[in-house]
Design a protein around this ligand. Structure first.
Ligand code: BG6
Length: 607
């Protein structure tokens, strides 16, 4: 995953400068490796490093590169840790082809095994490398266009990729399956990138490459081909507009809002990222364990808490969920050989998690790491790790990574339940069929809740405190929602178990005190929640309800109802998290909070 770019230009001396500029402008798309490939004297020349773009572009000879044709890549690692061998672009066995890919290929291991058996030598552990080896087989027999089409039809996933081939030294082929690809032109050549902002200053006109299309670009031409039909199609250039005002690439005001909206695409990829072999390995470790702990901090702890409910429901296992910082004091004495610790951390670097992991290992525990960041201490400390594959997250308040963690953990739980026969194939298939719909449902949730969240934030921003209340599987969402208000809006908020509200917290519910109630999807809990809302109203509180669109009663009880799509109960945490993220975001905006960089916090708390 990451960002790709490149150009075919008439002045070879400007190649280094141009690729450098594209890399810098896409540097936020991946921190785990940077590389370029050019064609020089009919030979592919790849320069790469497992470093972030800002360090890579310091290489002395980069600016001096001379070529008319080049591609580049910044990498977010999911398949293979940050390492020179795993850095893109990647070539084929003969060094004739270089490929830069953005996204994920779901069925890569089957293809890789087949190609390995045929004698292809793989240099990396990436999913992307299969593309150059497929092209190596297909282009000589089918020509460039049909060779790429044949390759494309073998790949299942969510991606775009760019190819240069030493036998076609005047062309770049760019394929878009399910990503962003912008192509632009000026009098000196044709340019492309994942982010429009990466080429905005270079070009006069641009086009967006649609899904299932191939673009063949030369110095002065662009041909768009429908990959399914194999025939060229017409297109129109659009004048490039000035960069939209916004602090964040893409014209977004904040990374947090961009990352909430990006959840749709990235969830699709998160579903495709964990590999069956590692899920099964982790599942067998869990099924052989005498005791299981789940640990994490902040948002990761809440994701773990949700999974602890689902482990009971779908895998028949009863892990203990405990905050990583508290683990040493509460649980360490119980850790011995036969204990497994599932350690969750977006950054893979939180000291509290690493400390707990290291102490648990000293007591004989096996570690299953769940992280969005490979090459980190958590990855190295884990016996098995599962990448979340949700793309880089820049805002300190975690949003899309929370959804990604839930998805990775659900996949682990399903694998575990299938292995120990708690779940049968039919049940697992049914759960997966809903899981695959989540990216679309997330998109729908954002569209359904955004305006209402903005509207309700008008009532929240002047308050000093609020409660977020729920029960069952959505109790962790109440905790997570409260955390989002604290981090994002600098507004004190407390997550409260719905029944517990009556045991003390209710005393503060007067004078319009906001109580955000996430309606649980459990029949008896629903009835009790309606009762609770009436009690909140009687006390003079302001109930704000998050519920599914089929709920007719809530609208009679409050004017502040946020409707989310109706999904099976186990997926309600996903749809309920989004309006809370948006509420916290818009309340933060009204309160003038810095949103992405809350004071005193950092993306990973490293002590
Ligand atoms: C804190 C962040 O620093 O770390 C939280 O403010 C985050 O948003 C927590 O949830 C845990 O981070 P990680 O990287 O271990 O998941």
């Amino acid at each position: 995953m990451g960002g790709i770019g490149g150009c075919v230009i008439n002045n070879p001396e400007t190649m280094g400068k141009t690729l450098r500029s594209i890399l810098i402008k896409q540097s936020h798309l991946g921190f785990d490796g940077t590389g370029i490939a050019i064609i020089k004297n009919s030979k592919i020349n790849i320069i790469k490093s497992p470093k972030r773009a800002k360090e890579f572009v310091q290489i002395d000879h980069l600016e001096k590169l001379s070529s008319n044709i080049g591609i580049c890549d910044v990498r977010h690692a999911t398949h293979g840790r940050p390492h020179l061998d795993n850095t893109q672009p990647l070539d084929d066995c003969n060094g004739e082809i270089a490929v830069a890919m953005e996204g994920v290929i779901w069925n890569y291991s089957i293809i890789r095994d087949r190609l390995s058996e045929k004698g292809h030598i793989f240099k990396s552990r990436t999913d992307a490398e299969i593309i150059s080896h497929l092209l190596e087989d297909y282009i000589p027999k089918n020509g460039l266009l049909d060779g790429i089409r044949k390759t494309y039809f073998e790949l299942d996933g969510s991606f775009s990729f760019a190819v240069i081939h030493s036998k076609y030294p005047d062309k770049i082929a760019i394929v878009n399956k399910d990503s962003n690809v912008y192509i632009g032109r000026n009098e000196n050549g044709i340019y492309f990138a994942t982010e429009i902002d990466a080429i905005r200053d270079l070009v006069l006109e641009f086009l967006k490459l649609n899904f299932d299309k191939l673009a063949l670009i030369t110095q002065d031409s662009v041909e768009i081909i429908d990959l399914k039909k194999g025939i060229p199609e017409s297109f129109e250039w659009q004048p490039i507009a000035e960069a939209p005002k916004g602090n964040v690439p893409g014209g977004w005001p904040h990374f947090m809002l961009r990352e909430i909206h990006e959840s749709t695409l990235w969830l699709k990829r998160a579903i495709m990222t964990p590999q069956k072999v590692y899920l099964d390995l982790a599942a067998s470790i869990l099924n052989d364990s005498k005791k299981i702990f789940i640990i994490g901090c902040g948002t990761s702890y809440h994701a773990g808490m949700i999974s602890s409910y689902i482990f009971r429901e779908l895998a028949g296992l009863s892990p203990t969920i405990i905050d990583a910082a508290e683990f040493t004091y509460y649980s360490l004495k119980e850790v011995k050989t036969g204990t497994t610790v599932i350690a969750i951390s977006q950054s893979g670097a939180s000291t509290d998690v690493l400390r707990a992991v290291s102490k648990a290992k000293l007591h004989g525990a096996i570690i299953i790491g769940v992280t969005n960041s490979l090459g980190t201490p958590l990855m190295f400390a884990s016996n098995v790790y599962l990448p979340i594959g949700i793309g880089p997250e820049r805002a300190v308040p975690a949003t899309k990574s929370f959804l990604g963690q839930i998805i990775a953990l659900y996949q682990l739980i399903i694998a575990t339940g299938l292995q120990n026969n708690f779940l049968n194939e039919k049940e697992a298939k049914e759960i997966f069929s809903h899981l695959y719909k989540l990216p679309r449902i997330v998109e729908e949730t954002i569209a359904m809740t955004q305006d209402k969240a903005r509207e309700i934030s008008e009532q929240l921003y002047k308050r000093n405190s609020l409660y977020v209340v729920s029960r069952g599987l959505n109790y962790p969402i109440a905790l997570e929602g409260a955390l989002k208000f604290k981090e994002t809006a600098y507004l004190h908020a407390e997550g409260v178990e719905a029944g517990e509200l009556r045991h003390g917290p209710k005393a503060l519910v007067y004078n319009n005190f906001p109580v955000i109630l996430i309606m649980p999807k459990i029949p008896d809990a629903v009835e009790d929640s309606y009762k609770l809302i009436s009690e909140i109203k009687q006390m003079g509180g302001n109930p704000i309800i998050i519920t599914n669109k089929g709920d007719k009663t809530s609208r009679k009880l409050s004017k502040n109802v946020i409707y989310v799509p109706n999904v099976p109960r186990i997926f309600t945490p996903i749809v309920n998290a989004i309006p809370l993220q948006l509420l916290a975001y818009y309340t933060g905006i009204k309160r003038g909070s810095p949103i992405d960089v809350p004071r005193g916090l950092s993306k990973a708390v490293i002590l």
